[in-house]
Design a binder for this molecule. Structure first.
Ligand SMILES: Cc1ncc(COP(=O)(O)O)c(C=O)c1O
Length: 394
């Protein structure tokens, strides 16, 4: 039986990590990996996380099962963080999941449960690669909408609205909450407003994948557009990851939030999400979710977490400025000026595959083949090296 399994291609980013590890060159630089790195190249445990974990170890008296949808205190903490005051006034269903990927998967399955097998989900072009592959695995029809304008490094707003305008009423539109992966190009306030109007007009449901809250312009600023959208529309599916903004990658902390119109829709959605958890893995992981809840419900820990997160964001922005500056100096052009308007960990440099491979082969500079770089992988020492290498392959 097992020998009849179809061969699977290795994950591109994991393959890149292996190639990097096997490269003996001393000056090699890894901009491929999708985790935050500090100036020493480490992915740190937040101080607030350590403190919350210590508290949990000292006070937790049971590891007994929690509910199928996870801990209600975690749901409230996430709703408060993402929805702010709206969490007090709008009914919402919530469910803990294994990481943001688990949330995306459960969100997609939820859509499939909600009738209409013809319903399509619209993805930005490009999008996080797993969006398309999970939809294909589930057999959910999908379509792309224009999103990134490679000429300007910004959003193709006109193309985006034209494509989404062709969606059938009842379709779902996936939007990256902030820090778009892989491009780094985000919607501005007026873009969120235009999109919200279009979704309302065409009776489309937003599915907002929020994996980087706090990595863009701030914990509150990064969800301002989303909050306005939630307030204006009857239903929104939101999938959340705490991997990046709490540094809890391996603990698998995620959540589906579904603000909806009334208590009946909320209860049906909550029950469906709990049922989906039961079918897939029963109970969601608890440790990391409890760490997040502990941090968000304690003023001191929350301030500590926020300060560290602000520092990470500041470092990424400083790297953007430094790399854009070096590239401006070396190329004599503003071709890479978009680095500074992009947000979050990622930026699509707009290089060809040949250029990316040359960077890897001739300069030991590693990035994903579509030329996505992780800006947090740079340090003061490697910015000039990376800029020189990039300028050399143009
Ligand atoms: C857009 C997007 N959504 C969701 C995720 C899921 O992250 P995780 O499953 O590690 O929490 C990621 C991680 O790279 C992402 O970039």
């Amino acid at each position: 039986m097992l020998e009849s399994l179809p061969p699977r291609e290795e994950d591109k980013i994991l393959r890149l990590m292996k190639l990097f590890a096997d490269d003996p060159r001393v000056g090699k630089v890894d901009l491929g990996v999708g985790v935050y790195r500090d100036s020493g190249g480490r992915t740190p445990v937040f101080s607030a996380v350590k403190q919350a974990e210590t508290r949990l170890v000292e006070t937790q008296e049971s590891k007994g099962y929690v509910g199928l949808a996870g801990d209600p205190a975690f749901h409230r903490a996430m709703a408060g963080l993402v929805l702010g005051d709206l969490a007090e006034t709008i009914p919402y269903a919530a469910c803990g999941t294994p990481g943001g990927t688990g949330a995306v998967r459960q969100g997609f399955e939820l859509m499939r449960l909600a009738g209409n097998p013809q319903r399509r989900i619209w993805l930005p072009d490009p999008s996080w690669i797993n969006h398309g592959s999970i939809l294909d695995t589930l057999g959910i029809p999908r379509a792309d909408y224009r999103y990134y304008d490679a000429e300007t490094g910004g959003i193709d707003l006109e193309g985006m609205l034209a494509d989404i305008g062709m969606a059938a009423p009842g379709d779902v539109v996936l939007i990256h909450g902030c820090c778009h992966n892989p491009t780094g190009a985000d919607l501005k306030a007026q873009d969120w407003a235009a999109l919200t109007r279009l979704l309302a007009e065409r009776n489309l449901t937003p599915f907002v994948d929020l994996a980087y809250q706090g990595f863009g312009d701030g914990v509150e600023a990064d969800v301002a557009g989303l909050r306005d959208m939630v307030a204006a529309l009857p239903e929104t599916i939101i999938t959340i990851s705490a991997s990046k903004n709490f540094g809890l990658y391996r603990e698998r902390v995620g959540c589906v939030l579904a603000p909806c119109t009334d208590a009946r829709a909320r209860d049906l959605t909550h029950a469906a999400l709990a049922w989906l958890n039961r079918q897939n893995y029963a109970f969601p992981p608890d440790h990391g979710a409890r760490v997040v809840t502990t941090i968000l419900s304690d003023a001191g820990l929350r301030a500590d977490w926020q300060e560290e997160l602000d520092g990470m964001r500041g470092r990424m922005k400083a790297n953007r400025t430094a790399l854009a500056g070096e590239l401006r100096r070396l190329t004599g052009s503003d071709r890479f000026g978009f680095l500074q308007s992009h947000r979050g960990m990622f930026t699509l440099l707009g290089l060809t595959t040949d250029q990316v491979l040359a960077l890897r082969r001739d300069h030991g500079l590693y990035m994903v083949e579509d030329s996505r770089i992780n800006i947090a992988g740079l340090t003061d020492a490697t910015v000039p090296l990376a800029a020189e290498a990039i300028a050399a392959v143009l």
